[in-house]
Design a protein around this ligand. Structure first.
Ligand code: GLV
Length: 355
């Protein structure tokens, strides 16, 4: 009898120990404390926030402006993941403060704000958001091409401020795309989409400069790969769509502007850093080129004191290339998914692999 009782209590003890082990395993795998802790440098849309909060313990910078450097440095400690924007410079100092970081996910296609060698040296995986923003950015580039060529901002201001006295034969004339030569520097995802959108406007020639040939674009659009000098000398529109790196840093400098047509329209929807901005200011002031349309500048935001704001032949937008609701939602979801997959050690939808 006593033996049976002992056996019975021993079984109960074993079963309860097993169930305790199972439940603590469950706590470890699914409980709040088991979620990786991440830092998010700006609040995202509710679907992205919900997905992130399901999978991670989220610490968030709630401000409408970029997280102050000191706040980022103190809050990155003990975080496994970082979800950031192109306004956040992620360099050695941030990595030294974030010693637990395993994944950095940026909600951008550009990654010039990330110190890649330093990040790679720490085996931190990187996610980014190419693809989903190419159409919106190409569309905005078209807006800039047309607004600058056809002098939209200037004309609209004239209309609103009494400068519109009558219809006049040559007043507010600009340059269209029909029969013109359009040169795109950087035939990547955005550059190709810009070319596709320029084509129906029936330019005379569609030129491009790229590290590698794009026979697909040549066949589809009749685009022609040329050397940079030829593109600069012959294009009516020079459109910068290249990423910013050590090869493209300030590639549009005094020499480049001096090679362009006097009537050339320079459009930049890539990064401010691909332009020597002082040289651009001079080129516009001295009429070395005709006009410029810029979605990106150095620095951002461009100070109100910049001479560029005073020029009639310069259209400036506040870095809104990808700014459609659909695109920004897609970018946010992709950045979140990259982070979650990276933290789980899974394949990321868009990982920035070593180049
Ligand atoms: C925008 O400029 C981006 O890099 O996503």
């Amino acid at each position: 009898m006593f033996g049976k009782l002992l056996q019975h209590s021993f079984r109960i003890f074993i079963l309860s120990a097993k169930s305790q082990a199972r439940s603590s395993a469950r706590v470890r795998r699914y409980g709040k404390m088991s979620k990786p802790t991440i830092y998010l440098t700006r609040k995202l849309n509710s679907a992205a926030m919900k997905r992130l909060e399901e999978q991670c313990v989220v610490e968030l910078w709630e401000g409408p402006d970029p997280v102050p450097r000191e706040t980022l440095l103190s809050n990155i400690a003990n975080k496994k993941g970082l979800c950031c924007l192109l306004t956040d410079r992620i360099d050695q100092e941030v990595l030294d403060a974030g010693t637990d970081l395993k994944v950095i996910s940026t909600m951008s296609v550009g990654f010039d704000h990330l110190d890649l060698p330093a990040i790679r040296a720490k085996n931190i995986r990187i996610g980014y958001t190419p693809g989903v923003l190419k159409d919106a950015t190409a569309e905005l580039t078209m807006c800039l091409i047309l607004a600058t060529g056809r002098r939209l901002m200037e004309a609209s201001k004239e209309a609103a401020t009494g400068g519109w006295s009558s219809w006049s034969p040559f007043w507010m004339c600009g340059m269209g795309l029909l029969g013109k030569t359009v040169g795109v520097v950087g035939a990547g995802a955005v550059g190709s989409e810009v070319m596709r959108r320029v084509k129906p406007f029936r330019p005379k020639d569609l030129l491009y400069v790229n590290r590698t040939p794009r026979p697909d674009l040549e066949e589809e659009l009749g685009a022609k790969q040329v050397e940079l000098d030829e593109l600069l000398a012959t294009s009516d529109y020079v459109v910068a769509c290249t990423s910013l790196n050590s090869d493209t840093q300030e590639m549009f400098n005094e020499e480049a502007f001096s090679k362009m047509k006097k009537t050339a329209i320079f459009v930049n929807s890539a990064r401010g850093g691909v332009v020597d901005q002082d040289a651009l200011i001079k080129a516009l002031e001295n009429e070395t080129i005709g006009a410029a349309g810029l979605d990106v500048t150095t620095p951002e935001p461009l100070p109100l004191s910049s001479p560029l704001f005073k020029m009639k032949n310069c259209v400036i937008l506040p870095h809104i290339g990808s700014a459609t609701y659909t695109t920004r939602y897609a970018m946010a979801m992709l950045a979140v998914e990259n982070l979650i997959c990276g933290l789980k050690g899974e394949e990321m939808p868009e990982e920035l692999k070593a180049k």
